[in-house]
Design a protein around this ligand. Structure first.
Ligand code: ATP
Ligand code: MG
Length: 367
């Protein structure tokens, strides 16, 4: 067989006098392999249920092993895309050029009729939600050093997507199940660029709104306004999950109907923030953990332009800098019962809607 290509029964290559073996439907896929259906069936034991490692909104994920022994994660996209094959492949090409230590690498794809399959590097230690949160918790406890490295690595991956790539990529779905952990528990963000493969499909996200995941920035949940600041918001919620070991999809914190962010802010106002810390975390540096929680509040500010850029977040997390708390207002959050439930936690005030980007979130003097 020539280099991995789509099965003969699925897509026929266009031949041209200057035929490029990596070119499929006029799209040159230099950094990504076109797997045949047969290759992926071989790799996954014909999509055996024992090879299934998860199922998300876009489809099912299988673990596979290539003939050269390389481990892969095969994501069969069930939603079907309204995009044509060429548009799909063009997006794949874009994603495959995005390489960063904190991003899951896309190594290939396969197209069969209207079905599309993505092939990623296999990330050994599963996703953060398995390791840290909820009922799927594997019981493995992460100490503060690991948790802090997960926060900083994730922030770096996002800063890269937002600020170093041209054009930039807004992830749109930052959450614990999309943060995968490698053999050393370094974080790798998965599923970036997927939103662009399904440009018309917001069902995937809106289904999640019903689940009160608590990751969605209010302006995105209510108005569909999607900017990189919506990712910053989700990242802030994720940081609170990492510190508390609790899922933001729960809504009964403190014996009330409060979601994680709301509960955390209440503890902050009452000067009891350390109560949020996961008892399983072991010894931890109190000041640093408090700084991380305050960074999470900056990320989740109700008004998008009060939230920092991810590169600022990397700095705020990795350096011992004093945060300018005078700039901190109450976070905003969205609850799933509709428009009227958009809550701004600053006791009903909406005056901060018109405020512009704070001059500085951090004070220059190091501690
Ligand atoms: N590259 C990978 N390596 C190892 N495991 C993976 C990989 N990609 C996904 N998984 C596993 O498969 C599960 C399902 O992933 P998937 O992205 O389909 O769903 P999700 O993240 O829960 O939801 P969503 O569809 O919103 O992203 C993940 O939680 C993770 O455990
Ligand atoms: Mg995912």
């Amino acid at each position: 067989m020539t280099c991995g290509c789509f099965g003969a029964s699925t897509i026929k290559r266009r031949r041209s006098p200057t035929h490029n073996p990596n070119e499929v439907y006029g799209v040159a896929l230099d950094n990504v392999k076109n797997f045949s259906d047969k290759e992926l069936r071989l790799a996954t034991d014909n999509y055996d249920s024992r090879k299934k490692i998860g199922r998300g909104g876009f489809g099912t994920v299988y673990q596979g092993t290539l003939r050269d022994g390389r481990q892969i994660a095969v994501k069969t996209l069930s939603a079907g895309s309204r995009q044509g094959v060429r548009e799909f492949l063009t997006e794949i090409k874009t994603i495959s050029n995005v390489k960063h230590p904190n991003l899951v690498e896309l190594i290939g794809c396969c197209v069969q009729g209207s079905n599309r399959i993505l092939v990623y590097e296999y990330v050994e230690n599963n996703s953060l939600d398995h390791v840290l949160l909820g009922t799927r918790n594997t019981g493995r406890k992460l100490d503060w050093r690991r948790r802090s490295a997960i926060c900083i690595g994730t922030a770096r991956g996002l800063a890269f997507l937002h600020e170093e790539l041209v054009p930039h990529i807004v992830h749109r779905d930052i959450k614990a199940s999309n943060i995968l952990l490698d053999k050393d528990f370094n974080p790798k963000i998965g599923d970036f660029g997927l939103a662009k493969l399904f440009p018309d499909d917001i069902t995937h996200i809106s289904t999640r709104i019903a689940g009160t995941t608590g990751y969605l920035a209010p302006e995105y949940a209510l108005g569909g306004q999607l900017t990189m600041k919506a990712d910053v918001y989700s990242f802030g919620v994720l940081v609170l999950e990492i510190i508390s070991g609790k899922s933001s999809s729960r809504a009964n914190f403190g014996g009330t109907d409060k979601v994680l962010l709301e509960w955390a802010w209440l503890l902050h106002v009452e000067g009891r923030l350390l109560e949020l810390v996961d008892p399983e975390i072991g010894e931890f540096p109190e000041e640093e953990v408090i700084r991380y929680m305050k960074v999470a509040f900056f990320c989740t500010q109700a008004v998008a332009n009060r939230r920092p850029l991810m590169s600022q977040v990397v700095n705020m997390l990795s350096r011992k800098i004093r945060l300018n708390e005078n700039e901190l207002t109450a976070p905003g959050f969205f609850q799933n019962s509709g428009e009227s439930s958009r809550k701004d936690l600053s006791s009903g005030s909406t005056s901060n809607q018109t405020l512009s980007l704070p001059p500085t979130i951090t004070e220059v003097n190091p501690r």
